[in-house]
Design a protein around this ligand. Structure first.
Ligand code: NAD
Length: 272
């Protein structure tokens, strides 16, 4: 498994396991399956309602805690300094952890105008050693700039919608300029049309790999962190087996022509 270094020196597996839409009661067995397949990074969120199930899988696993990288996220209704601290405690209780690896603000919710206060609470949690790294999700350049300007602390990670049909070139360039790691959510485009795209299929055929593996490999070669989700054991295994082949520069370039500029998910400037 490749790892990437965050600006504060913490290392993060480049590929992790996403658990959005996995019901709490299924999360324990699904995460156990992922850990067995070799995943060492799990991406959950308070809003997914499955932190307890994820926590149970971690507690039951024989993988050492220091080999695991656990991410959770603060939900929109909990913005604000004090509510963020309370929400963090609640998440940690459910996860059954003393220290979290990465805490993210799930959405900026700009109309609430509280993300700077929320971020100050995150900085405090990091200073207190309760979180190893802090970041954001779905932040646009203007939101990122405001955090840096008003607190002096740049997020280590921005987790954003990103796949070959929505490549976020401008935001990725902004990240590169400011040392922010790009983490791709819905890296497979939620398993829709993208996995049937003829360009993807042709490259997959050439390598004897699946379309999902080709898309994940494209992310890896761009330097993105990816967190594909599946509840199907064979796909869970398939999605992590992307570190033993390489796309040529021409193939990466061909996939990079697929951008359609349209999101699957909400626009972060509008979601509140
Ligand atoms: P994804 O791109 O990972 O696609 C998952 C879907 O693709 C699966 O449900 C399945 O239908 C299909 N699939 C998975 N593996 C496959 C394979 N090998 N072959 C064929 N089809 C396959 O979509 P996602 O779940 O939306 O995103 C991944 C993770 O990103 C989530 O679980 C969550 O952790 C995170 N996420 C974060 C945000 C955010 O706002 N921060 C938003 C959405 C998702």
């Amino acid at each position: 498994m490749n790892t990437l270094k965050l600006t504060n020196g913490v290392t993060m597996p480049q590929l992790g396991f996403g658990v959005w839409q996995v019901p709490d009661e299924e999360a324990t067995s699904v995460v156990a399956e992922a850990l067995q397949a070799g995943y060492r990074s799990i991406d959950t969120a308070a809003a997914y309602g499955n932190e307890s199930g994820v926590g149970a899988a971690i507690a039951q696993s024989d993988v050492d805690r220091d080999e695991l990288f656990v991410t959770t996220k603060l939900w929109n209704s909990e913005h604000g300094h004090d509510s963020a601290l309370r929400a963090f405690d609640e998440s940690m209780k459910k996860l059954g952890l003393d220290v979290l690896d990465l805490y993210l603000i799930h959405w900026p919710t700009p109309a609430r105008d509280l993300y700077v206060d929320t971020w100050k609470a995150f900085v405090r949690l990091q200073e207190e050693g309760r979180v190893r790294a802090i970041g954001v999700s779905n932040f646009q350049p203007a939101h990122l700039r405001r955090l840096a300007d008003e607190t002096g602390v740049v997020p280590a990670v921005n987790q954003i919608e990103l796949h070959p049909y929505f490549q976020q070139g401008e935001l990725r360039a902004f990240h590169a300029e400011h040392g922010i790691l790009t983490e791709a959510w819905s890296p497979l485009g939620q398993g829709g049309e993208l996995l049937k795209d003829p360009v993807v299929a042709e490259i997959a055929e050439r390598h004897g790999r699946s379309a999902a593996q080709v898309v994940l490999r494209w992310h890896v070669q761009l330097g993105n962190v990816v967190i594909p989700k599946s509840v199907t054991p064979s796909r869970i295994r398939e999605n992590i087996a992307v570190f033993d082949f390489e796309l040529s520069d021409t193939e990466v370039a061909a996939l990079s022509t697929l951008d359609r500029g349209g999101r699957i998910g909400p626009n972060p400037d509008e979601l509140n």
